[in-house]
Ligand binder design. Structure first.
Ligand SMILES: *[C@@H]1O[C@H](CO)[C@@H](O)[C@H](O)[C@H]1NC(C)=O
Length: 484
């Protein structure tokens, strides 16, 4: 183990207060951390000294002010380990590491220089000072971005010192190690795959430093990366079109539908507010959306007869300015809110009593703007009059005579036309038409009696009234004037 490099030299030294001569020098090499009493070197042999001379010369080791790690066994003439030799303590990163001391003999005084090189043993693992490295990295950072990592320290030297680093996992980051001028290594991790907070908001990596000793020692440190959000996700509506129905004339505040968009981002980047966009129709005035809840309510009047459909364009925006829109198609449903309107198109105020049955006396037109059954209208007239109502074409009704008329029986008719729709409940309206029946000379005068019998006395005075006959006529006016 002890490597001997023998150099016998004759030197002149001034030591203490005397002249010392005849000196030599020898070097040994031992590993650090040898147990106490371990053999270092045989100086008796190497300097050609007798063991007796060592005893008589009171041979001893001189280290000056330095600590003594090596002791001299005079009986055997050998150097032994006296105290624990920690290379890292004595030399730190200096290599080679050597102990320099002298062996001094008296009578005559002799002086031998000894160098013990302490070789490194891999007794130190690489160590990271901090137990954890923390990073806060935005998900929007570009690939290629570099993050400096803490270096590990290995007190050993040479192959036993720090050799390399390992980073795991390497899904997003790869390791980059650069040798520095001072022999240390600069350790960095480089982003090679973009971060995505929405997929993974926290990454946990382990950086391991290994030395080259036998066995190999290593140290590890945890790297925690918190991925910070950036507004890289827009709000999204699950549907592009929503459908809704609303009865016309619904009261204000009627809830139509609640829309909801989602945003994968965090915090304000994911905070959604809803607005109704202006559109050609007046949907933005008729409807209101709650900014926060997306609930859409009615705030105006709706009239099926004026507008049957609205398209509401709702926008969901996050606070980072990204947005999505969706359309709500609102079908307005009809309610029976319109009374049938009766318009008399043409009307005879007076007709002759001899008119033939089936003659049209009035044509009316019906208007009901409601749709379906709410707008289906049927008309009737009052019973027990010689008229009937018939539907001619769409929304037109005519009133025709149903049987022979007879002014002498009825000279006037009040015809009440009632028109009702088929809505539930039904709405109706009515109009009364007064129709006069004009006279036709269809009645002959009729005597009150079919025969009269009268008696007169003879020789009566001429010009004296005998008796009176009377005929009446059911007709009217001129047609009823009877002459005898
Ligand atoms: C028709 O109506 C008018 C006004 O109400 C009334 O004066 C008249 O007597 C009515 N005619 C018939 C035949 O009922």
């Amino acid at each position: 183990m002890a490597v001997r490099t023998m150099q016998r030299q004759v030197l002149l030294f001034t030591l203490f207060f005397c002249f010392c001569s005849v000196t030599g020098q020898v070097s040994y090499s031992i590993p650090e951390e040898m147990p106490k009493g371990s053999f270092v070197g045989d100086i008796a042999h190497d300097f050609g000294l007798d063991v007796k001379r060592l005893k008589s010369g009171k041979a001893r080791i001189y280290t000056g002010d330095s600590a003594e790690y090596i002791e001299l066994n005079r009986e055997r003439g050998v150097l032994l380990v006296k105290d624990r030799i920690d290379r890292e303590l004595i030399c730190a990163q200096t290599a080679p590491c050597a102990l320099h001391f002298q062996v001094i003999l008296e009578n005559p005084m002799e002086f031998y220089s000894i160098t013990v090189e302490v070789t490194d043993v891999n007794d130190n693992a690489p160590i990271f000072k901090r137990g954890e490295m923390k990073f806060k990295i935005s998900e929007s950072v570009n690939t290629g971005s570099v993050f400096m990592l803490e270096q590990a320290i290995d007190l050993d030297v040479g192959v036993n010192g720090l050799q390399s680093y390992l980073l795991k996992p390497t899904d997003n980051f790869v390791l980059k190690v650069q040798n520095q001028a001072d022999g240390s290594k600069q350790v960095e991790m480089v982003l090679q795959k973009p971060l995505d907070r929405e997929k993974q908001d926290h990454l946990s990596l382990v950086l391991t430093a290994v030395d080259g000793g036998e066995p190999q020692l290593s140290g590890a440190v945890q790297i925690n990366v918190n991925v910070l959000d950036s507004n890289d996700n827009a709000p999204v509506f699950p549907q592009k079109i929503y459908k809704s129905t609303l009865k016309e004339n619904s009261p204000e505040g009627t809830v139509l539908i609640t829309v909801s968009a989602s945003d994968l981002d965090d915090g304000s980047n994911g905070k959604i507010s809803y607005t109704i966009l202006n559109s050609v129709d007046d949907a933005s005035e008729k409807f209101y959306v709650n900014r926060e809840t997306g609930e859409i309510t009615l705030v105006g009047n709706t009239d099926f007869e004026k507008k049957r459909q609205y398209q509401i364009h709702v926008q969901a925006s996050d606070e980072g300015g990204l947005a999505d829109t969706s359309k709500i198609v609102v079908e307005i449903l009809d309610t029976n809110d319109n009374v049938p309107a009766i318009n008399v198109m043409s009307k005879s105020n007076i007709i002759a009593e001899d008119i033939t049955p089936g003659t049209v006396v009035t044509i009316i037109n019906i208007q009901d703007p409601d749709s379906g059954e709410n707008g289906n209208v049927q008309c009737n007239i009052n019973k027990n009059i010689p008229f009937l109502v018939s539907s001619t074409s769409n929304n037109f009704f005519s009133i025709v005579t149903d049987s022979d008329l007879n002014r002498e029986r009825a000279s006037e008719y009040n015809i009440t036309v009632t028109c009702s729709d088929e809505g539930v409940p039904s709405l109706s309206s009515s109009v009364t038409l007064t129709l006069q029946i004009s006279d036709v000379n269809d009645n002959a005068p009729v005597f009150e009696r079919s025969s009269y019998e009268a008696y007169i006395v003879e020789n009566n005075t001429p010009g004296l009234s005998i008796f009176t006959v009377k005929a009446t006529d059911a007709d009217w006016n001129q047609n009823a004037r009877v002459s005898y």
